[in-house]
Design a protein around this ligand. Sequence first.
Ligand SMILES: Cc1ncc(COP(=O)(O)O)c(C=O)c1O
Length: 389
Amino acid sequence: MSIPLSERVSTLRPTAVNSILAEVRAVTTPVVSLMRGEPDLKTPAHIVEAAQRALANGRTGYADNRGEIKLREAVASKLARENSVRYDPASEILITPGATFGIHIALSAMLNPGDHVLVPDPVYDAYLSPIRLAGAEPRAVASSIVDGRFTISLESLEAARTPQTKAMLLNTPWNPTGTVFTRAELEAIGDFCIRNNITLIADEIYEAIVYDGNVHISPPALSDELRARSVLINALSKTYAMTGWRVGYVAAPAAFVQAMFLILQQSSRGPATFVQDAAAVALNGPQDCVAEMRAEYTKRRALVLSELREQGALSPEGGFFAMVDARSLGVSSNEIRRRLLTEFGVVVVHGAAYGPGGEGTLRVSFAAGGATLEEGLRRVKAGLIAIAQ
Ligand SMILES: Cc1ncc(COP(=O)(O)O)c(C=O)c1O
């Protein structure tokens, strides 16, 4: 006798990272991990102190379920200042426990069974289950590597579109590929969405981590027409090394925020009150800590590129992952990943875990640095050289 499961839950799969972790646990020798998107940097001290102060001041009761107004105002100011897009903190912003929950309520609030959602291929794989949980189907938008950079074309968007297509999930900077979409690319995607009555869900969680003068552009900032059909998702997780704090936000037109609010109110009720106080301090306070972290990732990225250039490392424009193009080895990415784990003791993610568009590539994370990164890169390099022979 077992507890019966819903049909919807039977469509869910563990994320790539979770599946690989199960394999890693079975390896008995020590391994080095270049797998996770988890910064090894500490949350800046002034943010930690703000949480401590809030706790000491008894900020431990229920939060406003929309998010504390001070934090919503801090988000509105940040979006106006950094992203050139205006949202009303009273009605157009909702505070969520991380970006993951924001994505979940955005999808749940708009999808009906049978709807289709366009996702880039390769895709951040945790997008797929919340689409299926809402009874809808993801549709992969094929990408290609042009001049060492993953990109998606208007033709591939058109090829993936169906009459049931209701939304597109876009991630810029794009995990896992490292592409920061240019203004022209985003305008083309935005026009496509407007022409075809498609809602654009923009996950901007890596916005602060961009390199070489690449600029993050927030799609809803492109035009009022696009803003009207966009849902902006973000979190403090990566920008301030706050992955475990579980705090993020969604911004969208008021009627849609109200629908997401109904779901949030009756599920999570949002992040802890003292966490929200600290998040407001993070957004309103000095941003030197963000610049320092970006400088650190810039150094790590340079190390990855110098170590793995000959093995096919592609230069990421943003985020803290580098894709290694190992297609010339003629071995599946999953097989390469397994051999790197079992023979060389290093963990990366195979590109195919993110969809057929990732086949032949490996995702190497430099969210962890120092000795982990140096030793991990040494092992990846030795492994790829051995596999090539
Ligand atoms: C593209 C993308 N969106 C969302 C998330 C999850 O964000 P959060 O921890 O704020 O839920 C991640 C984490 O790896 C990510 O890579």
